[in-house]
Design a protein around this ligand. Structure first.
Ligand code: GDP
Length: 691
């Protein structure tokens, strides 16, 4: 018959994974008793090992769901905490430590928690049993303990002692049964005493006649009866020097000799049940009976649950199969595919355009610093000093001054660190694109994978960064000495810089009108600007440090006025230079000193093209080659099953989908096992009736 219990316990463990619905579980034996009633000693005597937390400070704070698995074929004895992934712990003191830690993790303020600890013990010396140890009932609440603790413990126990569970009510012989908290609790939920086994501990502490009388109790009759035990070794034996195994066998011997030395009270003819071995047998028998009788109702509940899961799978997920691995593989493939597409669209021309527009800004800055920073006066007036911007078109072709200006500008452009700039621009654009691809992929909802992919990209790019930027810097070196521009290049530059200036002009004007509306109208802005202009020319004296207001304008208003004046002047200069660039004078490279804008633009184009040539080889091709491989490495084969699972479940939709499938599969498996179990049971019954 025992095969049945083993299988039922197996099914019970599987059902625990399905979820906590009370109709979906097979019964277990729930152990209750007051603190110090000897509850732990009884459980340890059944298991044959000392493994439960010890101490006076409420050491059992969480339910311990203990599954005992009889392994007749093996000598090994060990425990496992499936929830913690702790396997094959053969040192029982280590199990004891883990249990103590798990219990003590519940704070003193809470003191008890209904979150169960699952522990499975495998041994040839244990019976197949499923037991639940609960915090002991307390009489008085101790210091530092919550006032409602008594209540909390009692509620927790009540939750577990519901049918169809069997109640193992522990009472000590030296306390009047009428005062047994365990028996009182059991009576509340099992008034007719049909599923309660009474255990009377510490039989050695009372007179044998009295002990026997307790076991024959008629006041609290229990259909499953009482069993008397002694589960402590006599203290005279120097227990500290004894190994755990010896301790257990010494307890067993002591119990045995105690009961056999009182044959009149406890002998075979006395009509009472005593001894841990008797208790074990009773537990096995009762559990098997109880489990078999709830087999039908449990399997009905499972069938119903399975129908619901099947329905949900059909309606919500269209019966679409899915596994964490297949989801990851598909997501990765799709992502790699989108990356491949991107690589076809992002090459040299795109990099060149990126870099060129970055250099355009640098060129504008250079022009502003070297050419456009001088105050302009009336453009029609001829100026004396040669470094005036409005003189530029009239400059002598041989003027050394303008030669030096252009050479210095070109030198500043080539020496601004093009290698680093170009590499940075391309790298960060690649990072941005990867980010965008991620946003449009399955990975958008997976922080873990997202992170891994972004890291894959930045690792490759960072690895190549310095060598690439060095290479690029090296190959633009010749331009630091001489920049040769052909007429064709000049014409392109002239066209392009015209567009850049036009755009810059638009930006200036947009900023101006932005200021206008922020100030509250054109007239107001004009007034401030006129004031700033006058102050600048020295026509009026602005008192104070200029930070506080002046001329009836607040400091903030003046700051905006100054900004507006700057923008207006810049717009004026750009307009003028735009005209110059478009004029005949700038039509040929021969006049390059008159047209620094065109020259610098053409130079920037050369720099960009050369830089891109090398970035393409050093960075882009490498990235395109290595990135998909790096993805495989980080998200492919070497992820553990748990990691893949965790990844997939990051997306709540996928999580639900996977859970429905898993639930369905588990329920199907359980049901199959239950059906074969019922068949086995039927055959067993036939065999028994035949025999
Ligand atoms: P729990 O708090 O209900 O788990 O009780 P324990 O198993 O820790 O036992 C409480 C105390 O009673 C301990 O000091 C045990 O050694 C002692 N004890 C337990 N069983 C017996 C027994 O059968 N006889 C005697 N004399 N003492 C026992």
């Amino acid at each position: 018959m025992m095969v049945l219990t083993k299988k039922m316990i197996e099914i019970r463990s599987m059902l625990q994974k399905v979820g906590q619905s009370s109709s979906l579980t097979l019964p277990s034996i729930v152990v209750i008793g007051s603190q110090s009633s000897g509850k732990s000693s009884v459980l340890e005597a059944i298991v044959g090992h000392e493994f439960l937390p010890k101490g006076s400070n409420m050491v059992t704070r969480r339910p311990i769901e203990l599954t005992l698995v009889n392994t007749p074929a093996s000598e090994d004895e060990y425990g496992e905490f499936p929830d913690l992934g702790l396997r094959r712990i053969s040192d029982f003191s280590s199990i004891q430590r883990t249990l103590t830690e798990l219990n003590m993790a519940v704070s003193d303020a809470d003191c008890v928690s209904d979150d169960p600890i699952h522990l499975t013990i495998y041994s040839p010396n244990v019976p197949d049993l499923s037991l639940i140890d609960l915090p002991g009932y307390i009489q008085v609440v101790g210091q530092n303990q919550p006032l409602q603790l008594k209540q909390k413990i009692s509620e927790l126990c009540d939750k577990y002692i519901q049918p169809p569970n069997v109640i193992l009510a522990i009472s000590a012989a030296d306390v009047d049964l009428a005062n047994s908290t365990a028996l009182r609790a059991s009576r509340r939920v099992d008034p007719r005493g049909e599923r309660t086994i009474g255990v009377v501990t510490k039989m050695d502490l009372v007179d044998p006649t009295r002990g026997a009388a307790i076991l024959n109790d008629r006041q609290y009759p229990l259909r499953l009866g009482y069993v008397g035990v002694v589960s402590k070794a006599p203290s005279s034996q120097g227990l500290f020097k004894m190994g755990p195994a010896n301790l257990m066998s010494s307890i067993a011997k002591h119990e045995n000799s105690y009961f056999s030395s009182h044959p009149l009270e406890f002998g075979p003819d006395a009509g009472v049940n005593v001894g841990t071995i008797t208790l074990r047998k009773k537990l096995m028998h009762v559990l098997e009976q109880t489990m078999s009788s709830s087999l039908q109702s449990t399997s009905d509940a499972i069938r119903q649950e399975l129908e619901e899961a099947t329905y949900e799978f059909k309606v919500q997920y269209n019966d679409r199969p899915l596994s964490a691995e297949s989801y990851l593989a598909e997501s990765l493939d799709a992502f790699k595919h989108s990356f491949k597409q991107f690589t076809e669209e992002f090459g040299r021309p795109q990099m060149r355009e990126l870099l060129k527009s970055e250099l355009d800004q640098k060129v504008l800055d250079l022009l502003a610093a070297r050419y456009w920073n001088k105050p302009i006066t009336d453009l029609s007036q001829a100026q004396v000093e040669p470094d005036h911007i409005s003189d530029l078109p009239k400059a002598e072709a041989s003027s050394l001054y303008w030669h030096r200006q252009l050479d210095a500008s070109a030198s500043a452009l080539t020496k601004l660190g093009v290698g680093r700039l170009a590499t940075t621009v391309v790298s960060s654009s690649l990072q941005d694109h990867v980010d965008q691809l991620l946003n449009n992929s399955n990975f958008a909802t997976h922080p873990f994978a997202r992170q891994a992919i972004l890291e894959a990209a930045s690792t490759i790019l960072n690895e190549r960064f310095y060598s690439t930027s060095d290479q690029v810097e090296n190959c633009i070196k010749p331009f630091k000495f001489e920049i040769d521009i052909e007429e064709r290049e000049w014409a392109q530059g002239r066209q392009h810089v015209g567009d850049v200036l036009k755009k810059e002009l638009q930006d200036c004007e947009a900023a101006l009108s932005g200021l206008e509306s922020s100030i509250g109208g054109r007239r107001k802005l004009k007034e401030v600007m006129t004031f700033v202009d006058k102050a600048r020319k020295g026509d009026i004296v602005v008192e104070g440090d200029g930070r506080s207001g002046a001329g009836g304008f607040s400091a903030a208003l003046l700051a905006k006025g100054r900004e507006a004046v700057f923008l207006r002047d810049r717009a004026d200069i750009i307009k003028m230079r735009l005209m110059a660039v478009r004029s005949k004078q700038c039509a040929s490279v021969k006049n390059k000193y008159y047209c620094p804008e065109v020259f610098l633009d053409s130079a920037a184009s050369k720099l960009a093209s050369t830089a891109v040539l090398f970035i393409n080889v050093e960075l882009l091709s490498e990235f395109y080659y290595n990135f998909p491989r790096e993805l495989d490495l980080r998200l492919g084969r070497h992820l553990t099953e748990e990691e893949v699972e965790r990844f997939a479940k990051e997306d709540p939709k996928i999580r639900r989908h996977l859970e429905v499938i898993r639930r369905k599969e588990l329920l199907e498996l359980v049901l199959e096992k239950m059906d074969s179990l019922k068949q086995l049971e039927g055959r067993e019954r036939e065999r028994l009736t035949d025999g």
